[in-house]
Design a protein. Structure first.
Length: 258
């Protein structure tokens, strides 16, 4: 067995929304496989704290940080200029940044639902396009988009979030086909409830948690590290013939039957 198939040594990976939760876990996982990681988030304090924690957990690892709101186009361009200035192209892009405001469809203002699309869909599309010249500097590179089970079935996320994630999944498929000849694989993962700061309020309600667990065949909430493991696999040379896929990390939720 070639051990390099299961390593990312020397590869440069960019992870957005990486100061906490799933994004931070992804950065940690990629570091563990030997990648050099660039982390991005809006909060400078949280980002620096994450960088220090990652370096403590992975002594000898390389982590660089850049403060940016990827929902803002000017800041997206500044981010990619910074990545280009590293002078090494880019091997891995993980579009993890996202956010939501959950309410009945008729109660959203236009600004609110458009912002949900900007954060979850348009930012990822633009980062993919801006990163394209950097990704093509390598013979094989990888994009992983963090989708959601809400992009394939109804959950109580609110319609715009589900719509944006469904479009993200289709964007993944389209770019995978279009960019295969350029050596870029494009995949996605679709988590169900994962235990993070963002989900803690809802999951602290015992009745709501019971409903979630009853619809989850594995009978538990997922952990950020379990999403991160799926993301890392899709970045590894070992998964080099996989592209255009959206892997549910959901404990069986989307396969639930009666």
């Amino acid at each position: 067995m070639d051990p390099h198939r299961w390593r990312l040594d020397g590869q440069l990976a960019l992870v957005t929304g990486a100061s906490a939760g799933i994004g931070r876990a992804i950065a940690r996982e990629l570091l563990g496989f030997g990648a050099r990681v660039l982390i991005v988030a809006r909060s400078g304090d949280a980002l620096e704290a994450a960088r220090e924690e990652l370096l403590e957990e992975c002594p000898g690892g390389e982590v660089r940080a850049f403060i940016a709101d990827v929902a803002d186009d000017e800041q997206r361009r500044e981010l990619l200029d910074w990545v280009e200035d590293q002078g090494e192209g880019l091997n891995v892009l993980v579009n993890n940044a996202g956010g939501n405001l959950s309410r009945p469809a008729v109660d959203y203002t236009e600004d609110e639902w458009r912002e949900i699309f900007e954060v979850n869909l348009f930012s990822a599309f633009e980062l993919c396009r801006y990163a394209f010249p950097l990704l093509t500097q390598h013979a094989a590179s990888s994009i992983v988009n963090i989708g959601s089970v809400s992009g394939s079935t109804h959950v109580r996320s609110g319609a715009p979030y589900g719509m944006a994630k469904a479009a993200l999944h289709q964007m993944t498929r389209n770019l995978a086909v279009e960019w295969a000849e350029d050596g870029i694989r494009v995949n996605a993962v679709a988590p169900w409830y994962i235990r993070t700061r963002r989900t803690s309020a809802k999951l602290s309600d015992p009745d709501y948690l019971d409903e979630v667990l009853l619809r989850t065949p594995m009978g538990r909430v997922g952990e950020p590290e379990e999403v991160a493991a799926a993301v890392a696999f899709l970045c590894l040379p070992a998964s080099g013939y996989i592209t255009g896929e959206c892997i549910a990390v959901d404990g069986g939720f989307t396969r639930y039957g009666f």
